[in-house]
Each structure stands twice: as C-alpha cells, then as structure tokens.
Design a protein. Structure first.
Length: 262
C-alpha cells in the first residue's frame, strides 16, 4: 500500500507538477466556503481559506471559554484534513476525551515536499476568531500532532501560550527545538511522546532531559495516571498494541491523551 501511495504522490496527469492530498484539496478550496453543523455532542464548523485550504473547528456542547484550552490537531502524511476528519472520526475522539477545549484542525503537510501551510500560529487562531466571530479561550494552547505534523509544531513553539505538546509517533526531527522549548521559561511545559516507529528518538529525548517518565505500554482508555506522571515535563509512552496509523484511527489513544494529560 505504501508503494501505491508513493506512486500517486510522484505522478500527476498531463505532465502537471506532482501533487499531494493536501495541495490538491487546497487547489479546490475557496475562502467563501463556510459550513456549520450543530450536532448532539457539539458544534462543528468548516471554513475555507484562500491559501491554506479548509480549517475545521469543533466545540463540545459543554464548552466554557473561560476555562477551555485551545487544542490544535495536525494530521500526518498521505491524507488531507477533510479525509482525516472523516476517516479518523476526529470529532468523536475529541468528544470522548471529555476535554473542555476549542478544537482547531487546519490543513497540514501531507508529504515532505509540502510547505508548512500555517507557519504563523497566531495567524491561524486569528482566522478562527474572525470567521467564527468568537474570542479565543483563556486556557493554554495544546498542540497535538501525528507523524509529519511535528514539523509544523516545531515552528509554533515560540508562541508564548503553548503549554503542552502531544506527539503521536511524530518525533522524526527537530529534537533540539523541542528540548529548547521544554527547558525554556516561563513554564510549566509538557511534552508527551507516543512512540512506535519513533521510539528510539523518544529515548534520545529521555536521555537528554532531566525529570522524565517512561511507560513501556499504552494504558487502556481512561486508565488514571498518578499525578507524578500526569504532570511530568517529559513523558514517553511506547506503543506495542497499536501501529503508526492505528494510533490515530483506533479511536482510543487521542481521547486518552487529552483526558489524562490536562
């Protein structure tokens, strides 16, 4: 299957430039697009932007802006944001976390040749505020990235309100940037690494970092963690039950991460 995906990325019809799922979606997205869905468990909005494709926003029914976090999720390679929302059932996973947050899901890189689509985190948040006509939550910014999403997150670490980063098999590079952010002030800051293909890089971070915790297996959904683990600056979790894609498609890990580390 991977070979087929690589061929799709490398070829384009009629001699056009090679395309990717993200770039293809961006090419047919207009800034006039705006769809709002009122669901039983929350509110889902999808709006288009001129240069960076669609942005999805989800708020739980129990949303309270005065205590909510801004949770931004970045998908990995071989998919677009619309595909990830639909095929990975992200709104259901966010709902199951029980987290009070404004969930923002922008288009992200779908192959290593794609540019970083939202290099300025503040610009993304302002776009959401403007299109949805709402004020940003008062809580911290939580960045969640799967696989290649790490690259965009690495460029967002300079934002003063980023307090937590959850990388789902995403430590493929920029280790020094993440370490520098983790060691920076003011705090507290937390980096949680779930490793499958990236477990060795996660272990490198553990050796370089001071206070840290390593879990040898994924707890089951909603297993409670002791405060010493939940609040540790660096937590590394090794996955044996779920592979690289199952980590985001199985439906259990994302809710557990957002529920346990808050």
């Amino acid at each position: 299957m991977l070979v087929t995906l690589l061929l799709v990325l490398a070829q384009a019809p009629d001699g056009d430039e090679p395309t990717t799922p993200a770039l293809e979606l961006i090419s047919r997205t207009t800034e006039n697009e705006y769809v709002e869905q009122l669901l039983d468990d929350g509110k889902h909005v999808r709006f288009g932007t001129k240069e960076n494709g669609p942005v999805h926003v989800w708020r739980p029914r129990s949303y309270r802006s005065d205590t909510a976090a801004t949770v931004i999720y970045l998908h990995g390679f071989f998919t677009s944001v619309d595909q990830a929302m639909r095929e990975h059932q992200l709104t259901a996973q966010f709902r199951d976390s029980g987290r009070n947050g404004l969930f923002i899901i922008p288009e992200a890189r779908s192959w290593r040749t794609d540019p970083v689509l939202w290099p300025d985190l503040e610009k993304l948040i302002l776009a959401v505020e403007k299109r949805l006509k709402l004020k940003r939550p008062r809580g911290p910014i939580v960045l969640v990235g799967h696989s290649g999403g790490y690259r965009t997150i690495a460029g967002w670490l300079g934002h003063e309100n980023v307090g937590q980063v959850l990388l789902i098999d995403g430590m493929y590079g920029n280790e020094s940037d993440f370490k520098q952010w983790l060691d920076g002030q003011p705090g507290p800051r937390q980096l949680v690494l779930v490793g499958y293909d990236t477990q060795q890089r996660a272990e490198w971070m553990l050796r370089k970092q001071g206070p840290s915790v390593q879990l040898d297996s994924l707890p089951w959904l909603y297993d409670e963690l002791p405060p010493a683990i939940r609040k540790a600056p660096l937590v590394s979790v090794q996955s044996e039950r779920l592979d690289h894609m199952q980590l985001v498609t199985d439906g259990r890990l994302i809710p557990w991460l957002l529920h346990s580390f808050r």
